[in-house]
Design a protein around this ligand. Structure first.
Ligand code: CP
Ligand code: NVA
Length: 314
């Protein structure tokens, strides 16, 4: 185990679900990210000579650029492997990919179709594996989201947070991270699109320890009522494109628009992991309103992921 991981007493060198890090370790990550953001020059050789493999089975703007710029600005380097080069388990077995990459690089960032495949990769790699989005989780995103909310509100502990839309990978990771920072997380989804019951149950157990809470709703208005932060994501995630039209009808009542935002607290902020489909899950008006902090979230992907790299690769 590396020095930084030991310093925060991590039980795993991987970041696959976000549940590897407890509330205290998330707090330590945020402290480091705050310092990295305020004093980037202090860290410009911190990962000198360290190399990262970046496997992307799906497209990306934010995650790819922030990890690549992040490792470079820490003195290391990245090798990008796109879908054509590395479809996990296609050209060669996932265990063999993990074993080979571990001989050349110091960490693997992977955006994959299958969480199970990612876990197989991590089981066979001897270097840290970081989930850059899977079908089940997007932990780097939501650690950045709650870091951003802590910047805005001082603390996310006790924060009334509402997620409206699909109970997808981002929603799951908001539950994992929200429980760790002690937020009151409310989720509103249509029937059949609820977040995974086991992830909800685990988040409820974790939230009990941080005095946060997790509640599921059918009505977006009820979930958003009095919320200080309102979050949504696309209705059809990458890989679900064929369901786009059917989902558009089902999710229409879940659009985050000015009317829905008017149910939230008067100073409520709007968040979205991006990319956004304006006119679908969110209106242009909300995206462009002074309440929208979507580009602060995007910026913080860089700072928080640098802190993740420092924690796992030092
Ligand atoms: N939010 C996010 O992960 O963006 P990308 O898909 O562009 O990486
Ligand atoms: N839920 C979305 C998030 C994109 C960052 C997807 O998986 O496509």
């Amino acid at each position: 185990m590396n020095a930084q991981a030991q310093a925060v007493n991590l039980s795993s060198d991987d970041l696959l679900t976000g549940a590897e890090w407890n509330a205290a370790q998330v707090r330590e990550l945020f402290r480091l990210a705050t310092d990295v953001k305020a004093h980037p020059d202090r860290y410009k050789t911190a990962l000198s000579g360290r190399h990262l493999a970046m496997i992307f089975e799906k497209p990306s703007l934010r995650t790819r650029v922030t990890f690549e710029v992040g490792i470079t600005s820490l003195g290391g380097s990245a090798v990008y492997l796109d879908h054509a080069e590395t479809h996990l388990g296609d050209r060669e077995s996932i265990p063999d990919v993990g074993r080979c990459l571990s001989r050349w690089v110091h960490g693997i960032v992977a955006r994959v179709f299958s969480q199970q495949g990612l876990e197989t990769l991590a089981a066979h790699a001897t270097v840290p594996v970081i989930n850059a989005l899977s079908d089940v989780y997007h932990p780097c995103q939501t650690l950045c989201d709650f870091f951003t909310l802590e910047e805005k509100f001082g603390s996310a502990r006790g924060l009334k947070f509402a997620y409206v839309g699909d109970g997808n990978n981002v929603c799951h990771s908001l539950l994992v991270a929200g429980a760790r920072v002690g937020a009151h997380v409310r989720v509103a989804t249509p029937v059949g699109y609820e977040p995974d019951a086991e992830i909800v149950a685990a988040a409820r157990r974790d939230a009990a320890a941080t005095e946060g809470s997790i509640e599921l709703f059918r009505s977006p208005e009820e979930a958003v009522s009095g919320a200080q932060a309102v979050y949504t994501d696309v209705w059809a995630s990458m890989g679900q494109e064929s369901e786009t039209d059917a989902r558009a009808k089902i999710f229409a009542p879940y659009q985050v628009n000015a009317k829905l935002m008017s149910q939230a607290a008067p100073d409520a902020l709007f968040l979205h992991c991006l990319p956004a489909h304006r006119g679908s899950e969110v209106t242009d008006e909300v995206m462009e309103s002074p309440r929208s902090i979507v580009f602060d979230e995007a910026e913080n992907r860089l700072h928080v992921q640098k802190a993740i790299l420092l924690t796992l690769l030092s």
